[in-house]
Design a protein around this ligand. Structure first.
Ligand code: ZN
Length: 379
């Protein structure tokens, strides 16, 4: 007797699959006998897609943040996202409060600790060197194993002020002193120049806002990948989208993808304002933009499932396999013309959109707003 069976969900590759869940884990997969019984059955009839639960690797969902705030469940399960990573809203000073709030959410919530103790209390959190305290950061990381999964450094001129590359050097020290945990680096306005930033990055580091359209973009004026970025990627640098309100250019994305440079992870950089007023709206909406520029459903799903789980080192996440956590996203692929916009006044016509119906977290079903009006699959 299983807790839940999902019948005939459609995978990204088009195949149908049954998924059985027990005690919060995936207990069986494949074509399960008709006689298999469960307390709850979700009958998808091949009409609804199923994937490992979506992971949004760059959000801002510390509700008490004065600058960029949101509710984890709004950007999480209510949007079909089972795991959200808050990217640096909190530093050592307020991560305890965030962890307490996050523990009550249905969504799985993790944090990348801002290397500035003050987090996003101000826009220039890395301008005062006294706010970067490796001992305080280390103590916070040790207080919250499992919640803090990495660190964040925002390396743009408006954030670092006169400090130049020094905050990034300290971020690398904090990373190395703490088990080489993932480091996400934001790139924005110069200085520092992107070449100088990526020269310090490599294996397992994430460059977020990777397809931004600012002068600090990853492409040369001729549209080719900058040599310094190519070398950093050879060392293992990963590209993360981090769409946000100002950091995604269709032109850059298309030129990069045409050269075979796909994002490793697709993330939203969502918070309440760009969720409600756009241009982000949801992780699903950001994912859908990549259909309009030639990525396949399988490629897009990989960027929010196993590739995100590997980049952020989230064990038991990102894969539909027996023994994994029963974190699952159910969604439709709706066909019809849609106009997608970027943050640089660019627009592209698309013909498909992802519409999340439900998220299961540890086997617990949460319907999205859209899912509530289409809940015929839920028995
Ligand atoms: Zn951000």
């Amino acid at each position: 007797m299983y807790d839940t069976i999902i019948r005939a969900g459609r995978l990204g590759n088009g195949q149908l699959v049954d998924v059985a869940i027990k005690h919060g884990k995936i207990a069986a997969l494949g074509s399960l006998p008709e006689s298999t019984v469960a307390k709850q059955t979700l009958t998808l009839d091949g009409q609804v897609h199923v994937s490992a639960g979506w992971i949004d690797g760059h959000t801002h969902c510390y509700p008490a943040s004065p600058l960029y705030h949101d509710e984890p469940d709004k950007v999480g399960v209510e949007s079909g996202v089972t795991t959200v990573i808050d990217a640096g809203s909190t530093g050592a000073d307020d991560v305890d409060d965030f962890q307490r709030l996050a523990a009550d959410c249905k969504t799985r919530v993790h944090a990348l600790l801002n290397i500035s103790r003050i987090g996003l209390l101000r826009q220039n959190e890395l301008a005062d060197p006294a706010d970067i305290d490796p001992a305080l950061a280390q103590a916070a990381i040790r207080r919250h194993p499992g919640f803090i999964v990495g660190i964040k450094a925002r390396m743009s001129g408006s954030v670092v002020g006169e400090s130049g590359l020094q905050p990034l050097r300290m971020a690398k020290q904090i990373q190395q002193a703490n088990g080489n945990l993932p480091l996400m680096v934001h790139v924005g306005n110069t200085p520092p120049d992107l070449d100088e930033i990526v020269a310090l990055l490599g294996d397992g580091d994430l460059l977020t806002h990777c397809f931004n359209g600012k002068p600090n973009r990853i492409l040369t004026p001729a549209g080719e990948l900058r040599q310094a970025v190519r070398e950093a990627m050879r060392r293992g640098l990963l590209l993360d989208i981090g769409h946000g309100g100002a950091s995604f250019s269709f032109e850059v994305a298309e030129l990069a993808i045409a050269q075979g440079i796909l994002p490793h992870t697709i993330s939203s950089d969502i918070y309440c304002k760009n969720r409600i007023k756009g241009p982000v709206y949801s992780l699903a909406h950001v994912m859908s933009k990549f259909f309009a520029i030639g990525m396949t459903l399988e490629q897009v799903l990989a960027c929010v499932t196993h590739q995100a789980a590997d980049a952020l080192r989230l064990p038991g996440k990102g894969r539909l396999e027996v023994g994994a956590d029963a974190d699952i996203t159910l969604f439709e692929v709706s066909c019809g013309p849609t106009l997608f916009t970027d943050t640089e006044a660019g627009a592209r016509n698309g013909d498909r959109q992802l519409l999340p119906l439900a998220a299961l977290v540890g086997g617990e079903l949460v319907l999205t707003h859209y899912g509530k009006s289409h809940h015929a699959f839920c028995v």
